[in-house]
Design a binder for this molecule. Sequence first.
Ligand SMILES: [Zn+2]
Length: 268
Amino acid sequence: MPTTINGIGTTYFGKKNVESYSSACESCGQVTTLSDYETGYYICILFIPVIPLGRRMILGQCAMCTRHRVMPLKEWETIKEESISQGIDQLSSNVDDSNKALELLGTYTAFKQYDEAKQLALATGKSHPGNYDVQLALGGWFEEMSMAQEADECFQRCLNIDFDCPSSKRIRCITHLEQQQLTEGEAIALELFAQDPVSQIGPMLMLVTAFESHGQDAQAYKTYQRIVAGVPEIKEDKEFCKPIRKLEKKLGVTESIVPKRGFFGLFG
Ligand SMILES: [Zn+2]
């Protein structure tokens, strides 16, 4: 990290190719905006950058605590080129290997080569229409890229391959909730949650959101009660408890299903 004393020291100057995204900070753990960008590293005198020390790649700079990782830009470019060409070599030596295709997709994405990544994702989806895991992985990837139509096509292929496995049930549940079919969505969410509470909290929380957006607060609260009953340790999670207390206040519930806030919580 650059430091200056009485205006003399080192500093970053300038920002190029800024990529911002929402994620948890490695240092402070808060979910916030992180940024990757290229910058110049300089020796500065009286706060003015005067001697360039080379370009740097800043990774994951946190909007809250400003901490980040840094590496020389040249080194970053080298790693990027090597990783990508290695991925391409491995895939071209066996073009039918869907794992190699997904690995290369991950590499393209990590290095923000989105155009190449999209081409590869579309091609991989077409070459493996009957491979459930590939379609599921691609569906999730397209969703992350905000390519809803492509994502839906992959998820639809999953349903065509195996309609009743847990992942397919999850797809159907989320689709129902997105289409405001709360009764159908709830039935599947409850079924999944009963089978594997810890890993199926996601659909239950989506259900809560759906009920609340329809003004069905009592149903939302009932869903929270079910989550707490199925996964009691979730009560330790402050962020999980906050909206529950809010909803309890709204509904006039006097006996909370989550622990009372501690002394310090009074200020939170
Ligand atoms: Zn941070």
